[in-house]
Each structure stands twice: as structure tokens, then as C-alpha cells.
Ligand binder design. Structure first.
Ligand code: SIN
Ligand code: FE2
Length: 199
């Protein structure tokens, strides 16, 4: 599969066919039954995205700050990363390490994610692999400085993005979703999964 490269972000359009997307969503629903979505808070208030996770670690943000934690806010360990999602890492990540976190982001129609760097992991040589499912999302990609120019690209359901090399530390965010139903989510909304090595 030849990726599209934008500012060092490696985009694999339509990496997942409909059957593969359905499989992953069924597995994510299983994870969410055990580890329900919650709404993280930052110093600026509640996030518009709801989150959960699978794997040894999940990402938490609350009044004490943000960090990776081995347990869901309800005190239970996170469920294991489903094999259907882990397989994408094995196919595309080109990393000797195995992912320790699958972060699950749920975007309701009006949700967004501000420009940020993924910087809470210890080993930046390991890529972050991101999967888009459901509504299309306008993904903004910048450089390693917040003021660097950015380029935006609509991510489709089934696309995979690899943040690797220079893009691993680059600013990125989601400006908005395409409103309305998608084949995967008739009620609208978007699921984003990111596989990360944490330690
Ligand atoms: C993220 O940066 O954690 C999420 C990116 C996305 O939703 O595509
Ligand atoms: Fe991110």
C-alpha cells in the first residue's frame, strides 16, 4: 500500500475495507462495555471528545493534569487491545515495539480536538498509528512548533495515519467532522483509535 505523505504524516487511504471496519467496531464496542467512554477534563474545561482505552495504559486528563494510567477512572484495568486493531500495527507501523495503549476517541458531531503534540510517551522513535472510522474529519497537520504552517486533509472512514519520523512530534488536531450519518454510524459521529507505545 503506497501512503500519501503530507508534511511527514503518512496517510494510508482506505487501509480498511468495510468488513475490517465492522470487525474493529464490534471489538471496540466490547472494550467500551468493560471500559465505558468518559469525558476528560483539562485546565480549560471538559473536552468535547469522549475517551476510553485498551491495553496496559490509557490516557487520563483530570484536575491533577494529564498522564498515562494503568486503570480506567472507575478503578478497573483497561481491557486488552483487540487483535483486529493490533494487526494494523503489525502491518503498517514498522516498529520492533508492541503497542501498550489503544486510545479510543469518540467525536459527537460537534466535537473537535485542538492542535496538540502527542508528547506523553517516553520513546519518540515509536510511531503513533491512528485509525479513522465513521464521519469524515478535517485533520490539521503542522510542524514541531505550534506556529509552524499547517495543512488540512479530510480523513475518511477506513483511513490510517502514521505519525512517524518528523511527524511523530508534529502538532495536529481535528477541526471538525462532516455532519450527518455515515454508513458505520447512522446517528453521526466518529471513532478514532490511536495505537501507542507508552514506556
Ligand atoms: C489524536 O490526535 O489523538 C486524534 C486524532 C484524530 O482524531 O484523528
Ligand atoms: Fe494526537
Amino acid at each position: 500500500m503506497t501512503p500519501l505523505e503530507i508534511k511527514g504524516f503518512r496517510i494510508y487511504p482506505a487501509a480498511l475495507n468495510r468488513a475490517a471496519q465492522d470487525r474493529i467496531i464490534a471489538d471496540v464496542r466490547d472494550v467500551l462495555r468493560q471500559a465505558p467512554l468518559f469525558r476528560p477534563r483539562t485546565r480549560r474545561g471538559p473536552m468535547s471528545v469522549r475517551m476510553s482505552a485498551a491495553g496496559e495504559y490509557g490516557w487520563i486528563s483530570d484536575t491533577k493534569g494529564y498522564r498515562y494510567e494503568p486503570n480506567h477512572p472507575d478503578g478497573q484495568p483497561w481491557p486488552a487491545i483487540p487483535g483486529s486493531i493490533r494487526a494494523l500495527w503489525d502491518d503498517l507501523a514498522d516498529s520492533p515495539r508492541t503497542p501498550e495503549c489503544c486510545l479510543i476517541n469518540w467525536y459527537d458531531e460537534g466535537a473537535r480536538m485542538g492542535l496538540h503534540q502527542d508528547a506523553d510517551e517516553q520513546d519518540y522513535d515509536c510511531p503513533v498509528l491512528s485509525v479513522s472510522l465513521g464521519a469524515e474529519a478535517l485533520f490539521r497537520m503542522g510542524g514541531t512548533e505550534r506556529r509552524d504552517p499547517t495543512v488540512s486533509h479530510w480523513l475518511q472512514s477506513g483511513d490510517v495515519v502514521l505519525l512517524t519520523g518528523p511527524s511523530r512530534r508534529a502538532f495536529h488536531g481535528v477541526d471538525r467532522l462532516r455532519p450527518g450519518p455515515s454508513p458505520l454510524f447512522p446517528e453521526g459521529g466518529r471513532l478514532n483509535l490511536t495505537l501507542r507505545v507508552v514506556t
